[in-house]
Design a protein around this ligand. Structure first.
Ligand code: IMP
Ligand code: MG
Length: 335
């Protein structure tokens, strides 16, 4: 068994969907597994020039790959069923390919109602926090207990270790949210309620021995959605928000913007063991022609894109790991 992991190094919305989608085109995966989160996530994917936003369904579905909602996820059933029928209408055979781990958890309407009263964190109000709370307090409902999901249910153990249909499994793990929103490593309490690191992928049933590549995904600037103050004072952020379409794909809220924070990136890349780092949205900074980042309290302003790339590549090599592959991407569909 071989597994690659796509993990977000910032606050979500860095383009994991794009990377996962591109990796599916390049590799012979037998499975794509979503390992955390629920319908708080919104993955924007451009497939064949068409835009799709998925919340629950892993991106393997676009390439005819068996796609699993793993045990680390929580599911709002009606949202999922709606997503399935919309994708089916677009000609994608979801019903055939989608599988749900029996031990994933359900987001009930009570969870949604409770979360919709949130004022403090600025959640997506999709019921994720209350669903995870009930899971951990052992009052939750598992996917296998839900009548509407029966056609999709699998045993994760059987699927990974005893399914005779697969001799060599090649798996892509697709994460949701990001390091800065991780329940343990993020800026608590302004976090989501699940684990958003590679550790979370491993919790879904694949052993650490089988991990191959870890794709850390970042943006060349940072964004965050939620209640804490995040945006910097620079006027160019307004322009970046418009050009970069920095509005939540689940809630439509404007994302707060700031320059890349190298120390946070370093921490996320180290803890996740990134073997590759992709910086997305290069095209947006190119358009506004502003190249800045923070290192600790210092704000560096570079004269050109090349200077910023050089600084980042050298620092990543020196301070994180010299073997990390680095990509700078400015395309919606390709790396
Ligand atoms: P929750 O996950 O809905 O409980 O929200 C907790 C925090 O995570 C809030 O700041 C949300 O805006 C943020 N969040 C949750 N999911 C995503 C996502 O997919 N992208 C970006 N931010 C997210
Ligand atoms: Mg998103």
């Amino acid at each position: 068994m071989i597994a690659d992991i796509v993990v977000d190094l910032q606050y979500g919305d860095c383009g994991k969907g794009k990377i996962a989608h591109a990796l599916c085109a390049k590799n012979d995966y037998t499975h794509v597994i979503r390992y955390n989160g629920g319908c708080n996530a919104g993955h924007t994917i451009y497939h064949g020039g068409k835009k799709f936003v998925t919340h629950h369904v892993p991106c393997g579905i676009f390439y005819g790959i068996r796609s699993v909602i793993g045990p680390g996820c929580v599911i709002h059933v009606d949202t999922l069923l709606k997503e399935i029928s919309e994708l089916e209408d677009a000609g994608i055979p979801v019903k055939e390919l989608l599988k749900i781990a029996s031990n994933a958890h359900i987001i009930t309407d009570f969870h949604v109602a409770e979360d919709s009263r949130d004022e403090k964190i600025g959640t997506t109000r999709r019921g994720n926090g209350p669903a995870y709370r009930d899971k951990y307090s052992r009052k939750g409902v598992r996917a296998i207990e839900h009548p509407k999901l029966q056609n999709y249910i699998i045993s994760m153990y059987h699927e990974l270790y005893e399914n005779q249909d697969f001799t060599d499994l090649e798996i892509l793990f697709e994460g949701a949210q990001g390091f800065g929103l991780d329940i343990d490593w993020g800026d608590y309490p302004y976090v989501t309620s699940s684990h958003c690191t590679v550790g979370s992928a491993v919790l879904n049933g694949v052993s650490p021995r089988d991990i191959r590549d870890i794709w850390g995904v970042a943006k060349i600037y940072e964004t965050y959605v939620g209640s804490k103050d995040f945006e910097g004072p620079d006027e160019v952020f307004e322009e970046i928000r418009e050009l970069g379409e920095e509005y939540g794909s689940t809630t439509g809220r404007p994302r707060q913007i700031n320059w890349l924070d190298f120390d946070s990136l370093k921490m996320a890349a180290r803890i996740n063991g990134a073997t590759t780092i992709v910086f997305n949205k290069m095209d947006i900074l190119e358009k506004v022609n502003a190249w800045c980042l923070y290192e600790g309290p210092n704000l560096y302003e570079f004269r050109s894109q090349e200077d910023m790339r050089f600084w980042l590549s050298s620092k990543i090599g020196l301070e994180i790991n010299e073997d990390i592959d680095i990509f700078f991407s400015g395309d919606k569909e390709f790396i």
